[in-house]
Write a protein that binds this ligand. Structure first.
Ligand code: EPU
Length: 423
């Protein structure tokens, strides 16, 4: 297992290019199962989760050929229908193959994901929607077994906003007979990216990016040919890196149009933004002002940037209140931040962050992807060395983060760590 050692206290200065979005890449890869023939995805990030989705598609019979950021994905001989527990347990987004498999092949056997570090995360809305589309679903030995001759368009009202749930149902509805209306749909830009790619392949989806998505089913789809949108969460993370180190980063390909809530909060904290032909220049000169926030579905403040904002707020000049409304257990970075000297009190879903003058390096443990990013950010600002173990979480969602940070002047090194119990 690798760990990262970050020596803090240096302002980051330089340029960072944002990679393709993980949470757009994963549904797009799954969507290739809806099409026959060779799909092409470009700007594919090199991430553990992308490799896991690749492995899953391979077990389903797809042939993958990756060159740099380009992926050719041939599903003409893909006949498998089972997403095994071993893969689903390492990545919940594996459930995204459920909709495409049942729509295209009429059956699917997908392991139930189970709970995960950030919360319980059920998939009842995915299943409820598929049932409305005419799918028979039984739960058998920890697997969702779904069957349908041909799905039929339906009216679906989701009880809550779910990103992968909306994506699964849109994909399934693409090949259903007749029209499907999905109400209370997720409006995340990644949902829109998926719909744009599907529409270019012959799907008839309207309303993507609004709370009501209408899908007119078609008989078949051509292969996808799509460039994956840039990662707004990665971009937000580097914005915080510039702010927390009081540096100046030029962030190329940052999708600012999808970061309105985030940039608003960072400006409130005192970060400066300047658009240039080379990218957005983000800088800070002094300690951040306190900024309070509540996470919410898009266009609200993303839960996937809450931990990173908290890292910034540990050094604020007053007191900041952060409320998490999406996941029930997404403050696991708090005890680790305290090890660095942060003052954070958590009551239920609310954290109060009282700013301190400085953080001091310590040994900390990454518990999930975004918590890991938070600890790296805090480490960049802390005095001395911060040792972050279990960085495999970070590798799931941040392409080449150590290289990108090092290129901007950070002192970050990767070391292998003996497994627990071994010396
Ligand atoms: N929920 C249900 N029932 C369902 C589906 C969701 O109760 O059937 C609940 C969840 O438990 C959660 C809330 O609804 O409390 C929202 O969950 P959602 O389904 O929107 O999350 P997701 O689709 O599983 C995606 C991202 C997450 C991101 C969330 C929220 C992907 C692959 N994952 O997850 O990304 O946090 O939306 O924006 O798109 C990450 O990248 O670190 C990450 C966790």
């Amino acid at each position: 297992m690798d760990k990262l050692v970050v020596t803090g206290g240096r302002p980051l200065v330089g340029r960072v290019r944002i990679s393709g979005a993980k949470n757009a890449a994963l549904p797009l890869m799954a969507a290739c199962l809806l099409c026959s023939g060779k799909s092409r995805l470009s700007n594919l990030p090199d991430l553990k989760d992308v490799r896991t989705m690749g492995a899953l598609l391979t077990t389903l019979g797809a042939r993958l050929n990756r060159r740099g950021g380009r992926l050719h994905l041939d599903t003409s001989a893909a006949a498998g229908e089972e997403a095994p527990y071993e893969l689903v347990k390492t990545m919940r987004a594996s459930v995204l193959v459920l909709g495409p498999l049942v729509a295209r092949r009429g059956q699917a056997r997908v392991s139930l994901p189970g709970g995960c570090a950030i919360g319980e995360r059920p998939i009842d809305q995915h299943l409820k929607g598929l049932e409305a589309l005419g799918c028979r679903i039984v739960l058998e030995e920890g697997y969702v077994v779904a069957e349908a001759k041909r799905l039929k368009g339906a009216e679906i009202s989701l009880d809550l906003v779910t990103v992968t749930g909306t994506e699964n149902l849109i994909m399934a509805a693409c090949l259903a007979k007749g029209a499907t209306v999905i109400r209370n749909a997720a409006r995340e830009p990644e949902v829109v990216d998926l719909c744009n790619a599907l529409n270019a392949a012959g799907a008839r989806i309207s309303g993507a990016g609004t709370a009501t998505v209408v899908v007119e089913g078609v008989e078949e789809l051509a292969p996808l040919d799509h460039r994956i949108m840039p990662d707004r969460i990665e971009a937000g993370t580097y914005m915080v890196a510039a702010g927390i180190t009081r540096g100046e980063l030029t962030i190329a390909e940052a999708p600012l149009e999808h970061l309105t809530a985030v940039v608003g909060k960072l400006k409130e904290a005192g970060l400066r933004f300047q658009q240039t032909p080379k990218g957005v220049v983000v800088s800070a000169r002094r300690a951040p002002r306190p900024v309070s926030l509540i996470t919410g579905p898009y266009p609200g403040f993303p839960t996937d940037l809450q931990a990173q904002l908290m890292a910034l707020m540990t050094l604020n000049t007053g007191s900041a209140v952060m409320q998490e409304t999406i996941f029930e257990n997404r403050f696991m970075h708090v005890p680790e931040l305290r090890r660095l000297g942060a003052e954070v009190d958590v009551t239920g879903s609310t954290a109060v962050v009282k700013g301190v003058r400085r953080l001091k390096g310590a040994q900390v443990m990454a518990t999930d992807l975004r918590a890991s990013a938070c600890l790296v950010l805090a480490g960049l600002a802390a005095e001395g060395e911060t040792h972050i173990s279990r960085v495999y979480h970070l590798d799931r969602g941040y392409e080449a983060i150590d290289q990108k940070l090092t290129a901007a002047g950070a002192q970050v090194r990767r070391e292998s760590e003996p497994a627990p119990g071994k010396k």
